[in-house]
Design a protein around this ligand. Structure first.
Ligand code: FAD
Length: 487
């Protein structure tokens, strides 16, 4: 069968591979000049930057897509330190990949009994065990999911998911130390949510990092897109770059053609990897289904790519500089739709492990703060103010005038994210999980009105972030037709 995949983000690439493995003829139409979507890279002078995702978890989902020779070619390493945390009181905590070591060290640093920390991580695992087979690996919108053994087990255990309390309140009821609460609250940002309103079900996220670990590909995150592209090409997937899909034509419940900026295609079915809102509003010229309209967009981000002409031994690959008032920071992002003066700053430095990413005297800093999605704010002003605040904060905490060390610079903001990847309002992860019913508001992996339209990617079930995007491609693989069975 002829399949059109719209977009070559990580899940578009994965879906193309799945479909080609099934024996379909796959064409990927990509608006931009390259594959990977948000998973892109940038070279400025002697500094290389991954421009989008920096934290790589669940590498097995990528490896599973590859044939044996490419499995060997795709090299990545587990990080010994998950992240370095710097608190406003100048204290500093480094998180080991070893869970029992983390529990021991956290118990001392945060002055909390290790049983409490252990119990929290156990809770995280139990939420993962309940949600993964039902809510992450299958369509939420098919009865068969709920009628399966794992589905019935999941439903019987729904009460254990802590859906009716917020992540922050659940943590505050279990832990006394505000710094440890802030540490765990941050996991809500992994899918662009607010810990003060998202359900405690999101406490599933620490398990992914602590149990499965954090990794870095040999040449940086862009390797993930490169290897998937290579696999797709090997399977004879056809890619058409600089070719944006403009509209989809349907008759009754069936798509009969897809019109791009260069051509008209007549596929048997279509997999949309681009933002689901773009599919409805732009490509189908329809209004949004009510449940998608209800879903709140995830946060976006403001990122500075700084080539820094100095090395900082106290920093690692992942570093967090926490704000003093976390509640105020999230209030700015989700309610005031603005930025606070003291944001939590994340710095990713791949040159700590990949020596060619920066000159020997320097480091490639990817400096990110969470930001509201684009609602027409004056981003130029917000960016200038944020840069000042970030520089002031980092200079104070690292005891160094950081501005003077910036050798090269670029940035990404919600407008650029929106323009470059057509992500609605520049959101990083589609919709947020701020509502306990968010999972049900997300676009399903298939259209209920059009028989031959499927959806994958960060804006649809099960959500954003590399692992979930790859799971969405797996679900689409399960529910799309096989190649002609008579052949
Ligand atoms: C700054 C940043 C940091 C992040 N950090 C992390 C992280 O650390 N870890 C993590 O797991 N995730 C992270 N994420 C999220 C992660 O990058 C995304 O969830 C994931 O990459 C989205 O993939 P996708 O398959 O939805 O496609 P996208 O990357 O959204 O790509 C969609 C593609 O579709 C194309 N397209 C759109 N419309 C059309 C059209 N009409 N015709 C043709 N093509 C079209 C676009 O050009 C684009 O290439 C981050 C994202 C950003 C931006």
């Amino acid at each position: 069968m002829k399949v059109i995949v719209i977009g070559s983000g990580i899940s578009g690439l994965a879906s193309a591979i799945h479909m080609a493995k099934k024996g379909h003829l796959v064409t990927v139409l990509e608006a931009s000049p390259t594959y990977g979507g948000k998973l892109n890279a940038l070279q400025i002078g002697n500094y290389r930057f991954d421009t989008g995702p920096s934290l790589f978890t669940m590498p097995q989902f990528v490896v599973d897509l590859l044939e044996p020779d490419l499995k060997t070619e795709f090299k990545y390493k587990q990080l010994d330190t998950l992240c370095n945390y710097f608190f406003p009181d100048s204290s500093h905590f480094s998180v080991s990949k070893n869970q029992s070591q983390f529990i021991k060290e956290a118990s001392v640093f945060f002055n909390e009994p290790d049983e409490k920390i252990n119990a929290l991580l156990k809770k995280s695992k139990s939420i993962y065990d309940i949600t993964s087979p039902v809510f992450l690996e299958n369509s939420l919108h098919k009865w068969s999911t709920y009628l399966s053994k794992s589905g019935i087990k999941g439903i019987l255990n729904l009460w254990r998911l802590n859906m009716f309390t917020t992540m922050h309140n659940a943590l505050a009821s279990k832990i006394d130390n505000p710094k440890l609460i802030q540490f765990f609250d941050r996991y809500a940002t992994y899918n662009g949510s607010n810990p003060y309103s998202a359900p405690a079900t999101l406490l599933v996220i620490p398990h992914l990092e602590f149990h499965h670990g954090a990794y870095l590909p040999e040449n940086g995150m862009r390797d993930i897109a490169d290897i998937l592209y290579k696999q797709a090409i090997k399977l004879k997937v056809e890619f058409k770059f600089n070719e944006s899909v403009q509209s989809i034509q349907k008759k009754e419940k069936v798509i009969y053609s897809v019109t791009s900026s260069k051509n008209i295609y007549t596929p048997d079915f279509v997999i949309a990897n681009c933002d689901a809102k773009v599919v409805y509003q732009k490509l189908l010229n329809e209004t949004l289904p009510p449940q998608i309209k209800k879903a709140e967009n995830s946060s976006s981000a403001l990122i500075f790519y700084w080539g820094i002409k100095k090395t900082f031994p106290e920093l690692d690959v992942h570093n967090i500089f926490f704000s003093a008032d976390y509640k105020n920071e999230f209030n700015h992002i989700f309610n005031l739709k603005s930025l606070c003066d003291d944001p939590t700053v994340y710095i990713n430095i791949t040159s700590k492990k990949i020596k060619t990413d920066a000159p020997s005297y320097g480091e490639n800093w990817f400096v990110m703060i969470n930001a509201p999605h684009n609602q027409g704010q004056s981003w130029e002003e917000l960016r200038a103010q944020a840069k000042k605040n970030i520089l002031q904060k980092l200079s104070k905490m690292l005891n160094e005038d950081i501005a003077k060390l910036i050798e090269v610079e670029d940035y990404l903001d919600p407008i650029r994210i929106e323009t470059r990847t057509s992500s609605d309002k520049g959101s990083l992860y589609g919709s947020s999980s701020n509502n306990r019913l968010s999972a049900f508001f997300r676009q399903a992996n298939f259209s209920s009105k059009i028989n031959n339209l499927y959806f994958c990617g960060g804006s649809v079930h099960p959500g954003g972030g590399i692992p979930l995007c790859l799971l969405s491609a797996q679900i689409v693989n399960k529910i799309t037709p096989n190649a002609n069975p008579r052949k």
